[in-house]
Write a protein that binds this ligand. Structure first.
Ligand code: GTR
Length: 400
């Protein structure tokens, strides 16, 4: 009997040891059967345990509460005050893309606490449009050549010609203008304007800084008569897709949001611990999220939020998220379930997204409801296929 007990204890011990090791080596789980049982925080129950049954309660109580929880525990504060925002068009070409577009390169300068941050915006506007243009704004987390204003270099990461041909303006800024994507240098951007954020446990870091930058570009759009500032779609891929969600959740002026392969601390549910985990993301990218977020390393169940609540905070605005079939790191199933769970909040607005219980097949986009989704065949990337579906979705929902 004693032997049996020792035997069992030994295996329990071994199991715990292996689990610990997996956590430390960052070994990811890709086995659906090993997803632990979890309970998501109820998006429609306030922290005081009240049921949210109307959009008024959602807007006045639950939504602000959720934004605060994300600020406090995940992305950090979002400073609202700026002393001055000015902009200047540094180059304008009326005959870009063989006359199909006007190119504007805009320098947006934001001053606060006597410190300055410069955001360089590249913007193409369709010439044939006689009304202010709806616009796609990309948070560019890849090389600057992807948004080449001369169009000598063309890239599917930002297919400007495709947008122009479809009657949309398209714009981009680079994340490094706001916060260089580096564990040490991330402070050398907009955080110089808000140094208190760097030391605060609930202070913003790079992802927050990129989202903040998107809002400053939107401030500019509100002043550009060529742009319809009520039709700004924010777009991001991967780490940029985490930022596009946070930007849209925080700033309700964004009319639409696209989050491509955003994965952990983007659209995917953290509690599933499938693919990338909170502990791994905080270890490899300690400069992305608030210090407080590290409390949840290997401790997902104690988070007062999960990512479905971030998506829900975008309601009732149209939201489209994606995955790629070979990008298990970003947990496609967990992304879809997150969207499906967020749809409960859209129902408060009379929007029945009618999302099936299980994710659709590969290359079978869902785009007729306000919550759109596709899983594209292939790798972790932002491609012409993705953009093509973004444009279709925007056309349906901007014209409603
Ligand atoms: C990965 C990271 C992901 C995602 C990706 C990217 O290394 O683990 O969360 O952000 O980078 O941005 O391409």
């Amino acid at each position: 009997m004693l032997y049996v007990r020792r035997f069992v204890l030994f295996f329990l011990f071994l199991g715990a040891l292996l689990k610990l090791q997996a956590q430390h080596t960052g070994e990811a789980n890709y086995d659906e059967s090993k997803v632990p049982a979890y309970t998501l925080p109820d998006v429609l129950k306030t922290t005081a345990n009240l049921d949210v049954r109307t959009k008024t309660t959602w807007e006045q109580v639950r939504r602000p509460e959720i934004i605060k929880l994300f600020e406090e525990n995940v992305y950090g504060q979002m400073p609202k005050a700026v002393d001055r925002l000015t902009y200047s068009v540094t180059r304008e070409t009326a005959s870009a893309m063989a006359g199909k577009a006007t190119l504007k390169e805009v320098l947006i300068e934001v001053v606060h606490n006597q410190k300055l941050v410069k955001i360089n915006l590249v913007l193409f506007v369709p010439t044939k449009l006689k009304v202010p243009a709806p616009v796609f704004l990309l948070i560019n987390n890849r090389g600057k050549e992807n948004t080449d204003p001369t169009r000598a270099h063309k890239s599917d990461f930002w297919p400007a010609e495709m947008a122009i041909d479809s009657g949309y303006a398209i714009a981009a800024f680079h994340v490094s203008d706001l916060a260089p994507d580096d564990t040490a240098r991330y402070v050398n951007g907009m955080l110089q304007l808000y140094p208190e954020q760097v030391t605060a446990t609930n202070g913003m870091r790079a992802i927050g800084a990129w989202a903040w930058g998107a809002s400053r570009v939107l401030d500019y759009f509100e002043k550009d008569p060529a742009i319809d500032a009520r039709k700004v779609a924010i777009v991001g891929h991967s780490r940029g897709g985490k930022a596009s969600l946070w930007a849209a959740a925080e700033d309700q002026r964004f009319a639409m949001c696209f989050s491509n392969c955003s994965g952990n601390t983007g659209a995917a549910l953290s509690r599933r611990r499938f693919g990338e985990t909170i502990s791994r993301i905080n270890t490899v990218f300690p400069h992305w999220f608030a210090k407080n977020y590290k409390k949840f390393n290997n401790n997902e169940d104690s988070l007062p939020v999960d990512q479905h609540m971030l998506l829900a905070a975008i309601a009732p605005r149209p939201l489209y998220v994606t995955n790629a079939s070979k990008d298990l790191w970003a947990d496609p199933r967990g992304t879809y379930l997150s969207l499906k769970t967020a749809s409960r909040v859209y129902t408060l607005y009379g929007i029945d997204a009618n999302l099936p219980a299980n994710p659709p097949g590969i290359n079978q986009p869902i785009s007729n409801a306000s919550l759109g989704y596709h899983i594209r065949e292939g790798e972790h990337n932002l491609t012409a296929y993705d953009w093509n579906n973004f444009i279709k979705f925007a056309t349906v929902h901007f014209n409603k």
